[in-house]
Design a protein around this ligand. Structure first.
Ligand SMILES: Cc1cc2nc3c(=O)[nH]c(=O)nc-3n(C[C@H](O)[C@H](O)[C@H](O)COP(=O)(O)OP(=O)(O)OC[C@H]3O[C@@H](n4cnc5c(N)ncnc54)[C@H](O)[C@@H]3O)c2cc1C
Length: 280
C-alpha cells in the first residue's frame, strides 16, 4: 500500500504546518483501509487537512482517502467518494448542469471532510444537499445513513461523535444551465477573495460564531489583528483567520488560539469555541 514515512505536514495541511508526521497511508480500497486501522493503534482519517492543526505531540499516523474518488451521476443525484475534492466536484456538476453546491466553491476540502463538519457558507450548509452517506463503523460494517440519521447541526454531524469513516456520499442536486452555475461559482469565489486572506495558508475560520455574535468582530474588538506567535498571525484582513506567514507550527497556532480565547473572555466575557480541530 502507498505509504510515506516521516511525511512533511506542509504537504497535508492547508496551514502548511512546519513539522512531520510519523507516516501517512493512502489505502486504495476498504480492505486496505481496514488493514491500516488494524496495524496502527493511533490514527486519524484526513481529507484535505483544511480544518486541522497538528501538534508536535501527535504520535499517530494519518490516513488519507484520496483514492476513494468514485463519481457517478444519476439524473439529479451524484454519488461521490469521500476523498473527492469539492473544487473538482463543483466543476463536474457545472459540466453536468447540476446546481446546489456552488456555495462550497473555494472551500479547499474533500466531500468527506465537508460532511463531517457540515461545512457551510453564505447561509447554506452541505447538509441541505445530502441524501445519504455510507460509512464504515467501528466493527468494520458498512452502514448506510439517511440525512436524518446524520443529525446535522451547526458545524456538526454524527461523525464528530461516532468513530465512523465516511466512504461515499449521495447528494441531491437540481438541474440548471452550466452558464448560470458557472456564474454562481464565480460570485462565491469572488466574495471569498474580497473578505478572506487567501494569499496566506490558513484553515478558514478559527472559531465558531457564538450565538448572536461574530467571532471576527470580538477578536478585532480585543485589538488582536496582526498579533502573532512566531509565524502564526491573526489576519489583518479577517480577524477570525489565523494565517501562516512562513514557518508556523501547529504548536504556534495552538498558543495563539489560547491567547485569543483568554483576551476575548476578559474583554467581552464570551468563551470562543474552536471551529478548527487540534490533533495531539
Ligand atoms: C481558505 C479556506 C476557506 C474555508 N471556508 C470554509 C467555509 O466556507 N465553510 C466551512 O464550513 N469551512 C471552511 N473551511 C474549513 C474546512 O475547509 C472545512 O472544515 C472542511 O469541511 C474540512 O474538510 P477536509 O477534507 O479538509 O477535512 P480535514 O481537515 O482533513 O478533516 C477535518 C475532520 O474531518 C474528518 N474527516 C475527513 N474525512 C473523513 C472521512 N472520510 N470520514 C470520517 N471523518 C473524516 C477528519 O478526521 C477531521 O476530524 C475553509 C478552510 C480554508 C483553508
Amino acid at each position: 500500500m502507498e505509504k510515506i514515512n516521516n511525511a512533511p505536514l506542509k504537504d497535508y495541511t492547508t496551514y502548511k504546518l512546519k513539522g512531520n508526521v510519523k507516516a501517512i497511508y493512502f489505502p486504495k480500497n476498504i480492505d486496505e483501509l481496514k488493514e491500516v486501522i488494524k496495524s496502527n493503534k493511533k490514527y486519524k482519517i484526513i481529507g484535505n487537512g483544511s480544518n486541522l492543526i497538528i501538534s508536535s505531540k501527535y504520535d499517530g499516523v494519518l490516513i488519507k482517502l484520496k483514492n476513494f474518488d468514485k463519481l457517478i451521476f444519476d439524473d439529479n443525484k451524484v454519488i461521490v467518494g469521500a476523498g473527492y475534492m469539492l473544487s473538482n466536484l463543483n466543476t463536474k456538476c457545472m459540466e453536468e448542469g447540476l446546481t446546489g453546491l456552488e456555495f462550497t466553491f473555494g472551500i479547499p476540502a474533500t466531500i468527506g471532510g465537508a460532511i463531517y463538519q457540515n461545512a457551510g457558507a453564505f447561509g447554506f450548509n452541505i447538509s441541505e444537499l445530502v441524501s445519504n452517506v455510507s460509512a464504515l463503523d467501528e466493527n468494520f460494517n458498512i452502514v448506510n445513513l439517511s440525512n436524518k440519521d446524520i443529525l446535522f447541526g451547526y458545524r456538526d454531524s454524527i461523525f464528530k461523535h461516532k468513530n465512523y469513516i465516511i466512504l461515499e456520499v449521495t447528494l441531491n442536486l437540481k438541474k440548471e444551465t452550466s452558464k448560470t452555475i458557472k456564474e454562481n461559482m464565480l460570485k462565491y469565489i469572488n466574495l471569498r477573495k474580497e473578505k478572506q486572506p487567501l494569499e496566506y495558508p490558513s484553515a478558514g475560520s478559527t472559531f465558531k460564531n457564538p450565538i448572536g455574535h461574530s467571532a471576527g468582530f470580538l477578536i478585532e474588538k480585543s485589538n488582536l489583528k496582526g498579533y502573532s506567535v512566531n509565524d502564526a498571525f491573526v489576519s489583518d484582513k479577517h480577524a477570525n483567520f489565523i494565517i501562516n506567514k512562513g514557518e508556523a507550527s501547529g504548536d504556534d497556532i495552538i498558543k495563539l488560539i489560547k491567547i485569543i480565547k483568554k483576551k476575548v473572555k476578559e474583554d467581552s466575557n464570551i468563551s470562543l469555541e474552536l471551529e478548527q480541530e487540534i490533533l495531539e
